[in-house]
Each structure stands twice: as structure tokens, then as C-alpha cells.
Design a protein around this ligand. Structure first.
Ligand SMILES: [Zn+2]
Length: 296
């Protein structure tokens, strides 16, 4: 086992796996296994109103069915609230975060956009009305090199502004949870969909504030439908079936720019995944934000 590589797949249990999420699972699995690394699974169940009962189990069963066996125990974010709260309180105590009672309408009125204008920055006592907690961002560029999408740069204060780490409803924000859990699990390599590329600026920034190591990032092209929309529950993406995994695994390899030989047609899932690990070249994945869905 290579101690310098720990990867992960982190689905939200909002519905069953579709071909777009399988593509991300396969890519992160192959990149980890090709490096003799560990591949962890984390269930990002932070937002109960958006979740579907039974979806977490269905996702895990589907991964097993496709031969994508993870290392160690699955981490459930719904069981990590204590750690998230400790960090929120620490960031508040250090004046890196503040309480905010602004509504979307107020933010739009104040800044003319969805970028938060810093209205409540001086608010360091919990207000009597429902509040969010925001991380204060500096007026400076955040930059990192994405292994697939190349150099990235963004000034968070100008694009989005101070971002929410705990929501008004009391839910913890994705940015906070993902950064803390990547650190807890010792994740060294994040391979995920390009729809999360912009989120990475917030993650990078939070890692700096919390003095955490930055993982390597590779953002894959996401599969889009005929209308150019990312496949998701909202765009009625079909769940991948529980029949023969072979054709779907070969489809993923092809979409990821790998070139599975014709001899893999009809091969068992383990054989296809073994071939995938042996021949995996991350740099052959299309360096694009999206790829159209092809017929299987
Ligand atoms: Zn505010």
C-alpha cells in the first residue's frame, strides 16, 4: 500500500447512482489503485431535506455490484456534527468567522449580485434572530494547479464573498464538512467532477485558515445531456441498472479517454477493472469541463 496516496469517492445520498456519478467513482478508484493507494468512500449526508430514504444503502450496494470495493469504513457526515461545530466555534473565537442574519434579498439589494458584501463582518455575538455563520475572506487571489483543468485563480472576496460555513437552518455547509473530512481521512488526492471546480477555491482558502495540507485536485469532465445539463436527479438522470456491470465499466473507461481493447467485451467486472488499473493514465482523461453523454 502506498501511504502517499489516499483518494475518496464522496456521493450525496440524494438518489441512486447514475452514469455520471459512476464515472467519478471509477476514475477516483482507478487513480487510487493505479498508485497502490487507498480508496475511501464518504457519504455526504449533510442536508436531510434533499436526501432520499434508502439512497445511501443503494449507492453502497451499487458500488459493490460494480466491483468498486472501498478500503476501511464508510464515513457518514451526519455523524460528524460535533467536529464541525468545534471548528465553527474556533473560527468564531479567532474572529475568522462572524454571525450573519442577511437574507438573499438583502444581499442582492446591497451588492447587486449574489456576492456577499461583508455587511455583518463586525457581528461577533450570536444575534437573537436566526443566523448563518460566514468565513471572512481576504481581498486576495487564491490559486492552485488542477491536474486536469490546469492553473486556476480566483479572488473570493470579489466572487461570492465571505462564504457560509453553517447555515441558518443549523445545517453545516458542504465547504466546511468536505475540508474537515478530507483532513480527518488524510485524503491526498481529490478526483471529482468539474462542477466542483469553483468550490475548490473555498476549500483551498479554508485549508489555509485552518493550517491544513492541500490535497492534489483533478476535476473530471462531467457528462451532460442533450441540453448541456449535468446528469443529476434534477435532470432526471436514469439510475444505472443492477445487471451486467461490464458495458457500463467499459463505457466509463472510454469516456475517461482510456482505450479498453475489444477483448474486454463480455469480460468480468474484475478483469475490466484490473485492466483499467494497469493501464490508467490520468492525463488521457479529456481536459474539458464536460463531455456529452453517448449511447451505451
Ligand atoms: Zn450578513
Amino acid at each position: 500500500m502506498n501511504p502517499c496516496y489516499v483518494g475518496r469517492f464522496a456521493p450525496s445520498p440524494t438518489g441512486p447512482l447514475h452514469i455520471g456519478s459512476l464515472l467519478t467513482a471509477v476514475a477516483s478508484y482507478l487513480d487510487a489503485k493505479a498508485h497502490q493507494g487507498q480508496w475511501l468512500v464518504r457519504m455526504e449526508d449533510l442536508d436531510p431535506p434533499r436526501e432520499q430514504p434508502g439512497a445511501a444503502d443503494a449507492i453502497l450496494n451499487t458500488l459493490q455490484h460494480y466491483g468498486l470495493h472501498w478500503d476501511g469504513d464508510v464515513l457518514f457526515q451526519s455523524q460528524q456534527h460535533g467536529r464541525y461545530e468545534t471548528t465553527v466555534q474556533q473560527l468564531l473565537a479567532d474572529n475568522n468567522a462572524f454571525y450573519c442574519t442577511c437574507s438573499r434579498t438583502q444581499i442582492l439589494a446591497a451588492s447587486g449580485s449574489t456576492t456577499y458584501p461583508g455587511t455583518c463582518r463586525a457581528c461577533h455575538q450570536p444575534p437573537a434572530t436566526p443566523f448563518a455563520v460566514r468565513l471572512q475572506v481576504q481581498n486576495k487571489d487564491v490559486s492552485f494547479e488542477d491536474d486536469l483543468q490546469g492553473p486556476q485563480r480566483c479572488n473570493l472576496q470579489q466572487q461570492g464573498g465571505d462564504f457560509v460555513i453553517k447555515r441558518k437552518e443549523g445545517l453545516y455547509a458542504y465547504h466546511l464538512a468536505v475540508v474537515l473530512d478530507d483532513a480527518l481521512q488524510g485524503i491526498t488526492h481529490v478526483v471529482r467532477g468539474s462542477d466542483l471546480l469553483e468550490s475548490t477555491f473555498s476549500h483551498w482558502y479554508l485549508q489555509e485558515v485552518l493550517h491544513l495540507a492541500h490535497p492534489h485536485y483533478a476535476h473530471l469532465p462531467v457528462i451532460v445531456n442533450g441540453e448541456g445539463q449535468k446528469l443529476s436527479k434534477q435532470t432526471y438522470a436514469e439510475p444505472i441498472p443492477r445487471q451486467d456491470p461490464g458495458p457500463y465499466l467499459r463505457y466509463c473507461l472510454q469516456a475517461l479517454g482510456q482505450t479498453p481493447p475489444a477483448t474486454l467485451r463480455g469480460a468480468a467486472k474484475a478483469t475490466i477493472l484490473e485492466w483499467g488499473c494497469e493501464h490508467w493514465r490520468l492525463q488521457q482523461v479529456p481536459h474539458q469541463r464536460s463531455i456529452p453523454q453517448q449511447k451505451l
